[in-house]
Write a protein that binds this ligand. Sequence first.
Ligand SMILES: NC(=O)c1ccc[n+]([C@@H]2O[C@H](COP(=O)([O-])OP(=O)(O)OC[C@H]3O[C@@H](n4cnc5c(N)ncnc54)[C@H](O)[C@@H]3O)[C@@H](O)[C@H]2O)c1
Length: 432
Amino acid sequence: MQKIKKIIQEHQAKIGVLGLGYVGLPLALEFARKGFSVTGFDVDPRRVQSLMKGQSYVLDVESSFLKEMISAGRFTARQTFEDLSAQHAVIICVPTPLRKSRDPDVSYILAAGEQVHKRLKAGQLIILESTTYPGTTQELLLPLFEKNGFRVGRDFYLAFSPERVDPGNRVYKIRNTPKVVGGVTPACTEMAALLYGQVVEKVIPVSSTEAAEMVKLLENTFRAVNIGLINEIALMCHRLGLNVWEIVEAASSKPFGFMSFYPGPGLGGHCIPIDPHYLAWKMKALNFEPRFIELAGVINSSMPRHVVQRLSEIMNQRGRALKGSRLFLLGVAYKKDVSDHRESPALDVMKLLLESGAEIAYHDPFVPSVSLGKEHFSSQKLTEKALRSADCAVILTGHSNLDYKWVVKKARLVFDTRNATQAMKSPNLLRL
Ligand SMILES: NC(=O)c1ccc[n+]([C@@H]2O[C@H](COP(=O)([O-])OP(=O)(O)OC[C@H]3O[C@@H](n4cnc5c(N)ncnc54)[C@H](O)[C@@H]3O)[C@@H](O)[C@H]2O)c1
């Protein structure tokens, strides 16, 4: 153990990162920045090729920095897994989606675990970062690695550490976001904490892998439930003829006991709409009904339909049916300033609008194209002509680099679901 600790402290440890997506790639490069020799492994040949050409596909990772790390010999990407055995530490950052049945799909974790198991070497530290239900590390990975005849905490180390990356956040990056770690044994926690301590300012050890897994689910369930609450408050405010954003802003002046959440067209991304279902699934297996998660899910997933219903009312009030109306959608990414449109509520809004017979086009500076089943859409230029020829411009993502003042001035009508237009006033501007 002392030998591996020394290798880590001297930044001589070889680090393998399995899964080079939104989570794995920034993490791999953070270790490379600190002088570690990092190998990224991914099953997607296009991603590996792109990285080896020095082209980053993750907004938070600059291609110039990627190139610098490749030239310095500190980062390389591989599509094959032989080199896993040469790594002192392996961090697993593969996807954890839901199946169609809304049950956890842990097949990526199992596949990655299998790759590690085949090449496990004495002294290796394995850390799972993929968000998952409490128990995964011990129930799925531990038995796999112990098949090799190794004993955890003595012959190899196993821990869970939730990823807290917030894509597009300019203030909180890997370095200044505290990292929670929980190992199968105290030695595992110590080793994982030592490793992350080389790249993050603060490490928070917890008592077990299950505790670390639960921390992440609490964080994301907290967000899902509070967003559900504020979305319901938005529906109430609409009925009461109140501006929900004015209410939130005024409430946020309370210096204690209140935290601002904002309504919108629904939940999106790879985390908040999905992670609480991992917890719900686990709890249902234990005969526990997770009521808050269920209710938040119902409210949040009703928001795209509410947006379309509002648009229908708005067009109706102007003597138009939604069918045949031309709508220019601004933003399809799941949140502002990112290109990620997985699970984006904008896609649900688009589907519902198409079903209603509306004609739609979109502009998103970060998302060049989207597919909805067989239909493909490309981002249109945001021009005066595009705005003037639409019956209504609908703001679905409030990207910071759009000039909303100009949009309100030029568009015939604007429906803002994100309060991107903030304090602007115009008879042609309506909010959620
Ligand atoms: N994106 C976020 O903001 C975020 C934040 C916190 C936590 N997470 C969690 O982190 C995990 C990864 O998320 P992501 O957004 O980086 O996903 P992603 O889809 O962007 O990247 C995952 C990568 O893993 C690769 N992969 C799949 N199977 C593999 C295997 N067997 N071996 C090697 N590579 C494999 C995929 O090709 C892909 O490149 C998920 O559990 C997610 O819930 C994501």
